[in-house]
Design a protein around this ligand. Structure first.
Ligand code: ASP
Ligand code: MG
Length: 397
């Protein structure tokens, strides 16, 4: 029997009605003769709600600064979101006559490093999952979480359930990993800011991974990295399209490279970091505080880099450490527009045209073989997305 891994995002599980439709889809897949492993996210915006609660608990009267909850406790807190989903889905499947069992990340053998709140999967030991499949059961796994080699509960960074799904698919030898959300795949740009964005039925792993790193939310970057390493084919689908036995569009993410500009990606919630102090010490401070830096550039003037505020819950701690390394500034409220595709950043003509197409001068401009990016105030991102889409992607399709 072939193994199919199906992952459902928070929006597909936002309420019991939607959860019921997911249960139906899963049972139908099982009855079609597949071994089914389901990976779930937390319901709706549960993770955001839990994080807000955690921050509020750190600020209760009588608290001392700094008011930031420890990462280990955040992991204990947010990992409960996926446990709620897995249990409810298992109950709903059993109510439909299916035989399901729910497992946490640690029960499923998701072993991670010990970087809390943004942990990396280092190994998958899916023995328990395989045993349950052999018993004919549908296995429901809580996404986004694992266990460190110190036996601590960890989480995999925001949007990490995709990574659980692909890593499990690889470890189980599944051919396909279906990732269901509220969008029907990947587009040449975000259709909310670029109305003529086109659906991409196929995309190569390198481009997709770069798009995810640059802020595209449809698939998680680490999930695509696992797919690339393992040869698992990801199919991104909209769950509503596949309800009641119907089918719809999908984007398949494949290993074979495709050259040229494929998509424009906008990102928000970024901070621009500039330092003219001891840059080596500053990099050490970022490593100490577990703050990932993107596009680090060192030159005579010092260091420039960007920080995504999404997976850096303790930025204040980083700033304290950074202050000891000399003058630095951290400018929040920034965004980035990126042109992504294999080879785009290797062409001086493309870089020049990208710079020219921007309505205003960017704070910073970078390029790499897979990407050309401009840093702008958050509010300027949609205009820049439209400008680059029109110049490089829209007309070629
Ligand atoms: N629930 C987690 C989040 O909202 C993980 C996920 O959705 O993949 O980030
Ligand atoms: Mg989610």
């Amino acid at each position: 029997m072939t193994i199919v891994v199906q992952k459902f995002g928070g929006s597909s599980l936002a309420d019991l009605e939607r959860l019921g439709r997911v249960a139906e889809l899963v049972v139908r897949t099982r009855r079609a003769g597949h071994d089914v492993v389901v990976v779930v996210s937390a319901m709706g915006k549960t993770t955001d709600g839990l994080l807000a609660l955690g921050r509020d608990a750190a600020r209760l009267p009588g608290s001392e600064a700094p008011p930031e909850p420890p990462r280990r406790e955040l992991d204990m807190l947010v990992s409960t979101g996926e446990r709620v989903s897995m249990a409810l889905l298992s109950i709903a499947i059993r109510a439909r006559g299916g035989d399901a069992v729910s497992l946490t990340g640690s029960q499923s053998g998701i072993i991670t490093n010990d970087r809390h709140f943004d942990a990396k999967i280092i190994e998958v030991r899916p023995f328990r999952v395989e045993d349950e499949l052999a018993r004919g059961r549908i296995v429901i796994v809580a996404g986004y979480q694992g266990m460190s080699y110190r036996r601590e509960i960890t989480t995999l960074g925001r949007g990490g359930s995709d990574t659980t799904a692909v890593a499990l698919a690889a470890a189980l030898g599944a051919e396909r990993c279906e990732i269901y959300s509220d969008v029907d795949g990947v587009y040449t740009a975000d259709p909310r800011s670029v109305p003529d964005a086109a659906h991409l039925p196929e995309l190569d792993c390198d481009t997709m991974q770069e798009m995810a790193e640059a802020g595209a939310k449809v698939l998680n970057a680490r999930a695509v990295e696992w797919a690339k390493k393992s040869g698992v084919v990801i199919a991104a689908r909209r769950s509503a399209d596949f309800a009641d036995g119907a089918s719809g569009l999908e984007t398949r993410v494949l290993a074979a490279a495709q050259a040229g500009a494929r998509a424009v990606v906008g990102d928000r919630k970024l901070a621009l970091l500039r330092s003219s102090g001891d840059t080596t010490a500053l990099l050490a401070a970022a490593a100490d505080a577990n703050v990932p830096l993107r596009d680090v550039t060192l030159d005579g003037a010092g260091l420039t880099a960007s920080i995504s505020l999404l997976n850096a819950p303790d930025l204040r701690h980083f700033c304290e450490l950074a202050r000891r390394t000399g003058p630095f500034s951290l400018e929040a409220g920034m965004g980035q527009v990126s042109l992504v595709g294999v080879g785009v950043g290797n062409e001086p003509a493309t870089i020049a045209a990208a710079r020219r197409a921007l309505p205003e001068a960017p704070s910073w401009f970078t390029s790499s073989p897979l990407r050309v990016s401009a840093f702008l105030p958050e509010g300027a991102v949609p205009d820049a997305e439209r400008a680059w889409h029109a110049a490089f992607v829209g007309t070629t399709r």
